[in-house]
Design a protein around this ligand. Structure first.
Ligand code: 13P
Length: 250
């Protein structure tokens, strides 16, 4: 049984004060069980999140990290420091990082290893452009991204990890993939994992859909067999909306 995940990705939004205000607004209102609620926030906001998560049913995610634990890497964030701080997850390979910061599959694979070594779990993002979808290359592209991201990761580690399928054409556009389109690709990803590992590992890994998820469409997406949750940008930034998503089973 895979526990559903509702994960916010605030991207480069909110300062520590705004983070505090958000946390005060959701305090005591997150589901105690049945759903894992996660917030992914900018590095400067993570301290507030990890303190909050000590008493509340919220897991925490960084939006990126480097693959070395320490050293002369000006401006980077250490996965070891994130782990020491109490972070649970790190989002890696988001399409915005691939597109604007030239992050490669090889970087993402190194980061996945560094995160797992530091006792956190990666949320590995993948997704195709509209052009790739329209030319029939989406499945090949997405499964290739996953194959490269998980190289050398053990079956036990992958089973605990999270994958997020985010079609680039649905991110921040208001254009959600239909629940059937999302299910179809998430199923393809699970089959790919079964072929790279085995059916048991594929059955355990949680695969999220991301791209214009909001309270109005979360139920339908979550009703699909292979979709285990949502990675949510815009709709995760307002406390009421995040609570409505996290409480989608009610
Ligand atoms: P939106 O929910 O704003 O479309 O963003 C999706 C996303 O990129 C989450 O990582």
């Amino acid at each position: 049984m895979r526990t559903p995940i509702i994960a916010g990705n605030w991207k480069m939004n909110k300062n520590p004060q705004e983070t505090q205000e958000f946390l005060e607004a959701i305090k005591g209102k997150l589901p105690e069980s049945g759903v894992e609620a996660i917030i992914g926030a900018p590095a400067i906001d993570l301290n507030a999140l990890t303190w909050f998560s000590k008493d509340e049913p919220l897991k925490t995610a960084a939006e990126n990290c480097y693959f070395e634990d320490a050293g002369a890497f000006t401006g980077e964030t250490s996965p070891k420091a994130l782990s020491d701080m109490g972070l649970d997850y790190v989002i890696i390979g988001h399409s915005e990082r691939r597109q604007y910061f030239a992050e490669t599959d090889e970087d993402i694979n190194k980061k996945a290893h560094a995160i797992l070594k530091n006792n956190m779990l990666p949320i590995i993002c993948c997704g195709e452009t509209l052009e790739q979808r329209e030319s029939g290359k989406a499945e090949e592209w997405v499964t290739g991204q996953i194959e490269n991201a998980v190289k050398g990761i053990s079956d036990d580690d992958l089973a605990k990890s999270v994958v997020a399928y985010e079609p680039i054409w649905a991110i921040g556009t208001g254009k959600t993939a239909t629940a059937d389109q999302a299910q179809e690709m998430v199923h393809v990803i699970r089959e790919k994992i079964a072929s790279l590992y085995d059916a048991d590992t594929a059955d355990k890994v949680r695969i999220l859909y991301g791209g214009s998820v909001k309270p109005a469409n979360v139920k339908e997406l979550m009703s699909k067999e292979d979709i285990d949750g949502g990675l949510v940008g815009g709709a995760s930034m307002d406390p009421e909306s995040f609570l409505a998503l996290a409480n989608f089973q009610k």
